[in-house]
Design a protein around this ligand. Structure first.
Ligand SMILES: [Zn+2]
Length: 182
C-alpha cells in the first residue's frame, strides 16, 4: 500500500469503483480545529487514517458509492476534574453513503442508519477526518482516575459541586449530525 501523509481529495465515484484502499499517517498540526482543542499541544501526534471505497446496489439495483473510514489519534486535553493533562485516545470506524445532492441527503437522513454525504469529484477527505475526530471527543475530558498529586492541587470543598460540565463547542454539532432528539 502506498504510504501517504495528508488525506487526499477524492473523486468519490472513481475511488468507489477502484476499491483500492488508501491510508496514511498525518500530523495533528495539520488539523487546525483539533489543534484548537488541544490549545496547541500534541502538534506532532499522529493521525492515522484509512479509507476504502465500495460500490453497492440499492434496493432498485442502482449502484451507490460507499466509503469506509477508520481513524486513530490521540489528543492531549485538559482533565475537567483535576485540570491536569489527559491523553485522549480517539478511534473512528464508520461507513458513509454518497448521494447526489444535499437535498437528497436531508430527505434520506432520517431513514438511513449510515451517514450520508454529498458526492464530489474533489471530496474533502481531510475535512471529514477532522469532523469525525471532533465529534469523537468526549464532552467533558477527564481521567478515569485522576493522578493523586494533581487532584490534591485543586482539592477544595466546593470543587465537586462546582464542576463545570462545560458544554463542548462541538456537542451541538454532534447532536445535529447524529439526529439526537434532545
Ligand atoms: Zn484528572
Amino acid at each position: 500500500m502506498q504510504h501517504e501523509i495528508r488525506a487526499p481529495s477524492l473523486d468519490v465515484q472513481a475511488f468507489a469503483e477502484s476499491t483500492r484502499p488508501r491510508s496514511g499517517r498525518d500530523l495533528l498540526s495539520n488539523y487546525e480545529r483539533l489543534i484548537e482543542e488541544t490549545q496547541g499541544l500534541g502538534a506532532d501526534n499522529p493521525v492515522e487514517w484509512s479509507v476504502q471505497g465500495a460500490l453497492r446496489a440499492d434496493q432498485t439495483g442502482a449502484s451507490q458509492a460507499w466509503l469506509h473510514l477508520t481513524l486513530a489519534a490521540s489528543l492531549p486535553l485538559t482533565c475537567q476534574r483535576c485540570l491536569g493533562p489527559v491523553e485522549q485516545a480517539l478511534a473512528v470506524d464508520r461507513w458513509f453513503r454518497f448521494v447526489e445532492t444535499e437535498a437528497l441527503a436531508e430527505a434520506q437522513d432520517d431513514d438511513a442508519e449510515e451517514d450520508l454525504l454529498v458526492t464530489s469529484r474533489q471530496f474533502n477527505l481531510a475535512g471529514l477526518i477532522e469532523d469525525e475526530l471532533l465529534m469523537a471527543l468526549p464532552l467533558v475530558p477527564r481521567h478515569e482516575a485522576c493522578p493523586a498529586g494533581l487532584k490534591m492541587a485543586v482539592a477544595d470543598p466546593g470543587f465537586d459541586a462546582q464542576e463545570p460540565e462545560k458544554v463542548h463547542p462541538f456537542a451541538a454539532l454532534a447532536k445535529l449530525r447524529r439526529g439526537s432528539p434532545d
